[in-house]
Ligand binder design. Structure first.
Ligand SMILES: Nc1ncnc2c1ncn2[C@@H]1O[C@H](COP(=O)(O)OP(=O)(O)OP(=O)(O)O)[C@@H](O)[C@H]1O
Ligand SMILES: O=P(O)(O)OC[C@H]1O[C@H](OP(=O)(O)OP(=O)(O)O)[C@H](O)[C@@H]1O
Ligand SMILES: [Mg+2]
Length: 299
């Protein structure tokens, strides 16, 4: 692989993963000199540049060594990984981190008149999809013989056009399926945006940059759903209040000047606090309860 001293990240130019991907990179301290219609954005703070491309091209760019990291849907990454596997090769890229946005699922959906009981109901059927490798792999594992009809888009319309008996496509809200009178019957894959990287370590300075970026990214991902709770409570009620904190890391308990029985508590909690939870915490004896967003964190 060519030696380079700057890292290149590939991200979707415009689409469902663009905005959240940009936000994640900004939170990880990356700034780019960019213009929306340009493909290459120069990194201003770190030696990290950005390539804006079609999402389908991202695994290939990593495979060719043109890019060192990519933000792409697991559905796209796995589909292209399976293409290698089905040729008897090992994919030169891998999923490094799940990123928690772009959540959707790859699912089978049938027209209302289709009688589906289990995967064997699909024997001999034609299934339209943009994910032929993922679908064939699933069918093989279910030991079902069916015909895979590959379409690059508008898959939901295929049954109406007589091109297929059912479909296998991405679903999020289910609105597109409902609009096409299709019923979801099986999930093949739960997907979200992921950070993709080469399967092998890089042999130059880029690996050091990747390692540093991953640490930052982990910090961002960790605090994204976290809140800091601060409160005061008498020692006698402390255990009960701690018990009510949602997924708290070991809380910090501090003495309060001039008070024998009251202590201050700080704790990092995962997830969202409902009003009900806060009222329960107050009822258990907590005073001056404050919930603060967490901006950054280094473990
Ligand atoms: N309805 C959805 N809800 C949430 N995430 C989705 C949905 N549909 C797709 N995704 C995720 O977002 C990714 C990008 O979807 P998008 O529709 O922007 O791709 P595209 O049309 O192939 O774009 P490109 O022009 O880059 O090829 C998908 O691969 C998938 O991981
Ligand atoms: O369950 P839903 O929330 O309705 O989402 C599912 C739809 O979203 C995606 O298409 P998209 O809207 O990106 O259009 P495209 O496939 O034409 O790009 C996907 O291919 C489905 O058609
Ligand atoms: Mg695409």
């Amino acid at each position: 692989m060519k030696q380079r001293d700057r890292l290149r990240i590939a991200a979707q130019k415009s689409g469902r993963l663009s905005e959240a991907g940009r936000d994640l990179m900004a939170r990880s301290g990356l700034r780019f000199r960019e213009s929306r219609d340009r493909l290459f954005c120069y990194g201003e703070v770190e030696p990290v540049d950005l390539l804006l491309v079609r999402d389908d091209d991202i695994p290939g760019l990593i495979a060719e060594g043109v890019c060192d990291l990519g933000i792409v849907g697991r559905n796209v990454l796995l589909e292209q990984q399976l293409e290698y596997v089905q040729r008897g090769e090992v994919a030169p890229f891998q999923e490094l981190r799940r990123l928690g946005f772009g959540r959707c699922r790859l699912a089978l959906a049938v027209p209302s008149e289709f009688v589906y009981q289990d995967p064997t109901s699909l024997a001999g059927c034609r299934i339209a999809t943009s994910y032929p490798a993922l679908l064939s792999d699933w069918l093989r594992k279910q030991d079902v013989q069916a015909e895979v009809v590959t379409l690059s888009g508008s898959v939901e319309i295929a049954p109406k056009l007589g091109k297929a008996d059912l479909i296998c496509d991405l679903v999020s809200t289910g609105a597109t399926l409902a609009a096409n009178q299709l019923r979801e019957v099986a999930t093949l894959l739960e997907s979200e945006a992921v950070l993709a990287a080469p399967a092998e370590l890089m042999l130059d300075d880029r690996q050091t940059i990747v390692d540093r970026l991953i640490k930052r990214l982990d910090g961002v991902l960790q605090v994204r759903d976290s809140k800091l709770i601060m409160l005061q409570v008498d020692r006698s009620a402390l255990d009960q209040v701690i018990h009510l904190l949602p997924a708290a890391n070991a809380p910090t308990i501090m003495a309060i000047d001039g008070s024998e029985q009251a202590v201050a508590l700080h704790a990092l909690c995962r997830g969202h606090f409902s009003w009900q939870q806060l009222e329960d915490i107050q009822r258990a004896g907590a005073r001056g309860v404050m919930i603060l967003p967490v901006e950054q964190m280094l473990a």
